[in-house]
Design a protein around this ligand. Structure first.
Ligand code: HEM
Ligand SMILES: [Cu+2]
Length: 548
């Protein structure tokens, strides 16, 4: 701690004021909020593009845009949702805010690097937006930038690739920061196997960010080189090999799906014991299964390329290893359910978001097994079935947990409670709309509707109409949630220190936390992070919130 005697009655919002005190802050909590606000903004832009695509697909034939624009819209939607929303989402927002608190320290190990990561993020985002203004408009290649089309397209692919390259660095540096923080700054009383499971999720994720992201960075640069200097790496007409591109791309892009999902699984592993008021079932199995998933995830990339041209042996091996990933994943799901079983469950919006996640993610995971099965995948490859599958995992999975985490930690971050009734309505609409939308896309995909087309055959019309109506319900739910949270952050009831009776360290600090997090020594159990016999002792301290 520094020796400017900071008034312990001030929370981290109040210690300094003004725009510059935010955009040049070194405080992990403020950086987390900078990420939250920027990611939310891009999320809304991405949702608006999704809305437009669904309008276009309401009926066969052209509705609201021409085919080329449709290609640019789904590419931009994909790039925004992947690079600007879901990859940074949970680590950069909740990891930044809560990792240091949950392991009992006052900041991340490298606060300047943390701020730099956010600036890189903003720089990369502005560059991606710049493709709207410079060159021949935003890329129309799909977010996967498959060669050779990404080499020959006359749209501004290069600028978007450079943006993704920069965003990759932001992600690498966040991962690096978390690894150092977890190794060096854990409270002395907290050995590895007493860390909260969210920290384990972030730790496994950080290794993927650090080791896999450089591969895609270089690959995307290679495409830029090829576009700029005509070096033949991927384009056959220049002597290159397009399949090589796909390998390099997926060697990163499969592991990165675990960057998206492992932190989410970590959060569910926090919400569930708190809601059930009992220690988590299978703590070590959950912690180590995160590491197992991160490791296995490096060896399955070929399942994206079953139809691209590969030897039969390679296809069978990739298919088999893909199935193996289901094992550590199922271990987690069983442990969550075992924790809830016979627990004294408090139903809260946070818990319902988590159970909605389990439901969606089951569908996402099981449809994934069908993709992993070589023979079945050949039939559904490149249909809207795939689009529905990955929305079930990324949106129904990670984004649902992200939104659930906003409800779980809302009182801690803003020091106020939200309107629970509105929160249930918002979740209900989001969940129902989500399942109508992607349930319909799943079905119409099995019937043979290809993805990335702005038009379709008349026999697909009914299910597409259903999907579009679903998207409206979904969007109403999301807007209602945002309204509720924004209003409550300003007008909600003042929150106590520990509204859900949690026992991890963030519930022992004031809401909102003071600048250096802890205003008194914290209580840690010998038995691990979810020892609810400590609850009374933790709650003994004044529950009265700070003066505002
Ligand atoms: C209201 C919300 C959303 C709607 C209505 C929506 C709708 C769609 C549609 C219609 C497509 C493309 C269909 C086609 O292949 O022609 C698509 C593609 C995609 N979406 Fe979404 N989506 C939404 C949210 C999300 C979220 C939250 C994520 C990720 C976190 C996401 C990630 C993607 C990706 C990666 C693609 C593939 C783009 C490509 O093919 O290159 N979407 N979405
Ligand atoms: Cu994959």
């Amino acid at each position: 701690m520094d020796n400017h005697a900071i008034d312990s009655h001030l929370n981290f919002y109040e210690t300094k004021r003004g725009l510059f005190s935010w955009i040049f802050t070194l405080d992990h909590k403020r950086i987390a909020l900078l990420y939250l606000y920027s990611i939310s903004l891009f999320f809304l832009v991405g949702v608006a593009l999704g809305f437009l695509m669904r309008l276009e697909l309401f009926s066969p034939g052209g509705q609201v845009m021409d085919p080329r624009t449709y290609n640019q819209v789904f590419t931009f939607h994909g790039v925004i949702m992947i690079f600007l929303v879901i990859i940074p989402s949970i680590p950069a927002v909740f990891g930044n805010f809560f990792l240091p608190i949950m392991i009992g320290t006052d900041d991340v190990a490298l606060p300047r690097l943390n701020l730099f990561s956010w600036w890189l993020y903003i720089f990369g985002a502005l560059m991606a937006l710049g493709t709207l203004m410079f060159g021949n408009g935003p890329a129309d290649t799909g977010w996967t930038f498959y060669a050779p089309y990404s080499v020959t397209s006359d749209t501004n692919v290069s600028m978007l690739l450079l943006a993704a390259f920069i965003l990759g660095f932001s992600s690498i540096l966040t991962g690096l920061n978390f690894i150092v923080t977890i190794h060096r700054l854990r409270a002395p009383q907290m050995p590895w196997f007493r860390m909260p499971l969210f920290a384990w999720g972030l730790y496994a994720t950080a290794w993927i960010q650090l080791l896999a992201t450089p591969i895609v960075g270089i690959t995307l640069l290679m495409v830029v080189m090829e576009r700029t200097f005509g070096i033949g790496l991927f384009d056959p007409s220049l002597g290159g090999d397009p399949i090589l591109y796909q390998h390099l791309f997926w060697i990163y892009s499969h592991p990165v799906v675990y960057v998206m999902i492992l932190p989410a699984m970590g959060i569910v592993s926090e919400v569930i014991p708190t809601s059930a008021q009992r220690t988590i079932f299978g703590y070590k199995a959950i912690a180590l299964s995160s590491m197992a998933i991160a490791f296995l995830g490096y060896f399955v990339w070929g399942h994206h390329m079953f139809t691209s041209g590969m030897s039969d042996q390679a296809r069978v091996v990739f298919s088999f290893i893909t199935f193996l990933v289901a094992i550590p994943t199922a271990i987690k799901v069983f442990n969550w359910i075992a924790t809830l079983y016979k627990g004294s469950i408090y139903i809260t919006p946070n818990l319902l978001w988590s159970t909605a996640f389990i439901f969606n993610f089951l569908i996402g995971g099981l449809t994934g097994l069908i993709n992993g099965a070589l023979a079945a995948d050949v039939h559904v490859h490149d249909t809207t079935y795939i689009v529905a599958h990955f929305h079930y995992t990324m949106f129904g999975g990670t984004i649902f947990v992200f939104l659930g985490a906003l409800h779980y930690w809302f009182p801690k971050i803003w020091g106020r409670m939200y309107n629970q009734k509105l929160a249930y309505w918002a979740l209900g609409l989001t969940f129902v709309g989500f399942n109508i939308l992607y349930g319909a896309m799943l079905t119409v995909g099995v019937k043979g509707m290809p993805r990335r087309y702005y038009d379709y055959l008349p026999q697909f019309e009914f299910l597409n109409k259903v999907a579009t109506v679903g998207s409206w319900i979904l969007i109403i739910g999301i807007l209602l949630m945002i309204y509720n949270l924004i209003r409550s952050a300003r007008k909600g009831e003042i929150a106590p220190r520990n509204p859900w009776n949690g026992v991890t360290l963030e519930w022992q600090v004031p809401s909102p936390p003071p600048l250096h997090n802890f205003d008194r020594p914290f209580i840690l159990s010998e038995k691990g992070p979810y020892d609810f016999s400590l609850l009374e002792k933790i709650n003994e301290v004044e529950q009265k919130p700070l003066d505002h």
